[in-house]
Design a protein around this ligand. Structure first.
Ligand SMILES: [Zn+2]
Length: 316
């Protein structure tokens, strides 16, 4: 079996959104520690991403939005030099510092590089340990800690640049991936399956389109109940769609120890979901999976859950 790729970059830890923000650089440090302590890091092929280009970002985002984010970064840089504030708020939860632009380009680039390497057959599958996350980023708007929609970009890239005919996006973050939905709703080439706590953030009108399989679940739903729902809804739809590649918005904030959500998943649930997806990928997609980090804010639970996810991806 070919190796599982692990894409990450030092620049991801330079992006931060202010003291006490839950989407913090330490999240990646916790994952790194876990890979080191368990020895799992030795089983992965570590790669450094290259930044996404403007034309690649335009696969999922408005040109005007990309330009405005770049412009705001330039303005902020000048303000910081002049002794002004170090952060600029884009919405109540989301801000940038002078390093955010570079991190966002590399986070999107990681998802694209991973897609290239998996399609080229260099890697069996890949996990991108990136910040900022992406699934709330809409076509023309940053929100919910997200700047560019890494997973939606990679899915569009696989279709438009690699010529795949059908792909799937799976989102198991506790929050609804409204940004991904904004970008992919109605695109029949992409089947998007997700479950999420509802009602909850984001307060966003959920689209309904034939290519969306949305599973809203109430607070305190446990992992076993989520598994049953996945078995009854996602898996038959995935079988029917026969995706040639699977992209995962891998948020781990549905973990019962995570205070940003109130669902009851544990590490074994993430392993189970990953096993189901791996089986679908084996049947239809030559095993091709690219998984990209989204949420997960309890550092210990995040690290243990990523380990469980990676052990299944890497088969170790
Ligand atoms: Zn989340």
């Amino acid at each position: 079996m070919k190796p599982t790729g692990y894409f990450t970059h030092r620049a991801f830890t330079r992006h931060e959104m202010g003291a006490g923000h839950p989407e913090c650089p330490q999240r990646l440090g916790a994952i790194e520690d876990r890979l080191l302590i368990t020895g799992l890091g030795d089983a992965l092929e570590r790669r450094e991403p290259t930044p996404a280009s403007m034309s690649e970002l335009e696969l999922a985002h408005d040109r005007l939005y990309i330009a405005s984010l770049r412009g705001l970064t330039d303005e902020l840089r000048e303000e910081v030099v002049a002794g002004g504030p170090t952060h600029l708020a884009l919405d109540p939860d989301t801000s940038i510092n002078v390093h955010s632009w570079e991190a966002a380009l590399l986070a999107a680039g990681a998802a694209l590089n991973a897609t290239d390497a998996v399609i080229a057959g260099e890697l069996e599958n890949a996990f991108c340990a990136v910040r900022p996350p992406g699934h709330h980023a809409c076509r023309g708007k940053a929100m919910g800690f997200c700047l560019f929609n890494n997973v939606a970009l990679a899915a569009k890239y696989a279709l438009d640049r690699h010529g795949l005919k059908r792909v799937a996006i799976i989102d198991f973050d506790v929050h609804h991936g409204n940004g991904t939905e904004d970008i992919v709703a109605g695109d029949e080439r992409i089947l998007m399956c997700s479950f999420y706590q509802h009602p909850f953030y984001p307060e966003w009108p959920h689209a309904s389109a034939p290519n969306l399989v949305n599973l809203p679940v109430p607070a305190y739903t446990k992992g076993m109940d989520v598994r049953e729902l996945i078995d009854a809804t996602w898996l038959p739809r995935l079988e029917a769609h026969r995706p040639e590649m699977i992209f995962i918005s891998a948020g781990f904030d549905a973990h019962r120890e995570d205070d940003l959500g109130q669902l009851g998943l544990v590490e074994q649930d993430y392993a189970w979901i990953t096993e189901q997806l791996k089986a679908v990928a084996r049947r239809h997609a030559q095993g091709r999976i690219v998984s990209v980090l989204e949420g997960g804010y309890n550092l210990s639970a995040l690290a243990r859950s990523v380990e469980a996810h990676l052990r299944v991806l890497a088969g170790v």
